[in-house]
Structure formats: C-alpha cells, structure tokens
Design a protein around this ligand. Structure first.
Ligand code: AP5
Ligand code: ZN
Length: 208
C-alpha cells in the first residue's frame, strides 16, 4: 500500500494512519511528527522549522522535500508507506511524483479525510498527544491509554493558530484534491463520524 493521506489539519489523518499501522504495520511517514521530533531534539532542522510551525505556516518546500525523499530511501518503505501531512503544496506533489517514479513505486491512492472546518476547530483545541509514543487523544485522556506517558497540548493547537492553519490549508493544500483527482487517485471519505466507522470506509476505499 503506497498512499497519501490528504485532509485539513485535525481531519483525523493521524488517527486513521495509527489504525492502519496497527493492523498492517505499514511504515507511517508523518512530516509533522518528524518535524516535532527534530524540534524536541534541538537539531538544525528543528530550529529552522519551529517558528513556522508555531505560527501555523508551512515549513519551506525544499526542507520538507529533502526530509521525505531521504526517508523514502529507507528499505522498510519498499513494502509500502503511508504519507501523512505530505504533500501539502503543488511543488511537494510534483517532487513526490518524480521521486516515486525514480524508485518505481507509484502511488495506489490519495485518500481525502473530509471534515467541516468548525468541527475541526473544536477537535484541535481539545486534542492532547502523548509525549512518549505520539498517541493522539483528547482532553479527556489524563495519561496516555497506550503507554501511560504524559499527555500534552501541541503549541499550534490554540484557536488562533488553528484558524491560520485552516486558511493555509485552503490556499496551499486543498488544490491537491483536484491534482489527485486528475491522476485518478483520489478517494474521499466522510471523516465526521466515529473513528472506527471512518476506518471501515478507509479500508473499503483502499480495497483492504
Ligand atoms: P501536522 O502535524 O501534519 O499537522 P496537521 O496537518 O495540522 O494535522 P494534525 O496532526 O493537526 O491533524 P490530523 O488530521 O492528523 O488529525 P488527528 O488524527 O490528530 O503539521 C504540523 C505543522 O508542521 C504544520 O502546520 C507545518 O508547519 C509543518 N508541516 C508538516 N508537514 C508539512 C509539509 N508537508 N510542508 C510544510 N510544512 C509542514 O485528530 C485531531 C483530533 O481529532 C484528535 O484529538 C483526535 O482524537 C480527534 N479525532 C480524530 N478523528 C476523529 C473522529 N472521526 N471523530 C471525532 N474526533 C476525532
Ligand atoms: Zn503513549
């Protein structure tokens, strides 16, 4: 399975990716998780990315394309991959196509998780994540139900930044829906239902 997860911030891409990883052990390539790990480790990449992320703006294309291209060289991705949060601009989509055609590993599908923006503002301002295993939960989770780790709120999950992320999505990323429709790869799922119901549709859409 070589897939791209598309959708607004908070649509549930990470939640659905986690279910696919649990069931199929497909490598999960989340550019957001990779960037947050770099910020936490204080690497040059993390230092460069932090101000963009805190403002809800996109990290420059060349940085992100380099990061993903490098990850796709790892042998584990030969059996498949779930790209989550990438591509986010036309330049990233074109670079991904070029890299995958070089590797001879074309995409099977671009899966759009579709959710109304006002639902998203509520979801993201109450999201909490595990510091140790990246489990995605809500304010109701006092500790991580998976590993017992500490739950925290992402710096970019405040309402003003969430609204900016939604604007950036509309302007820079939503055009990719047409791009993938044009390549006959787009599958769209209603993401505003119970996560397990959404997951059943995800599997159906991917023929799993
Ligand atoms: P990133 O980490 O990719 O953030 P995002 O796209 O904004 O997506 P999220 O992780 O916020 O949401 P999600 O769709 O995964 O939803 P989730 O499953 O967590 O990026 C962060 C930043 O990094 C960017 O702003 C940018 O600066 C930078 N960046 C990353 N990639 C980049 C790129 N390619 N180019 C440039 N810059 C890049 O769910 C959200 C909440 O809803 C959770 O609380 C969850 O429990 C809940 N939920 C999920 N599904 C459901 C459901 N069906 N019903 C009810 N609640 C649900
Ligand atoms: Zn955890």
């Amino acid at each position: 399975m070589n897939i791209v997860l598309l959708g607004a911030p908070g649509a549930g891409k990470g939640t659905q990716a986690a279910k696919l990883v649990e069931e199929f052990a497909t490598p999960h390539i989340s550019t957001g998780d990779m960037l947050r790990a770099a910020v936490k480790a204080g690497t040059p990449l993390g230092k460069k990315a932090k101000s963009y992320m805190d403002a809800g703006e996109l990290v420059p294309d060349d940085v992100i394309i380099g990061l993903v291209t490098e990850r796709l060289q790892d042998a584990d991705t030969e059996k498949g991959f779930i790209l989550d949060g990438f591509p986010r601009t036309s330049a990233q989509a074109v670079a991904l196509d070029a890299e995958l055609s070089k590797l001879g590993r074309p995409l099977d599908a671009a899966l759009l998780v579709d959710v109304d923006p006002e639902v998203i503002v509520k979801r993201l301002t109450s999201r909490r994540m595990c510091r140790d295993c990246n489990y995605i939960g809500t304010a109701a989770d006092e500790t991580c139900p998976k590993c017992g780790g500490e739950m925290y709120q992402r710096d970019d999950d405040n309402e003003a930044t969430v609204r900016n992320r939604l604007d950036v999505y509309e302007k820079s990323t939503a055009p990719l829906i047409d791009y993938y429709r044009g390549c006959d790869l787009l599958v769209s799922i209603d993401g505003d239902r119970d996560p397990n119901v959404v997951y059943a549709d995800v599997k159906k859409a991917l023929g799993l």
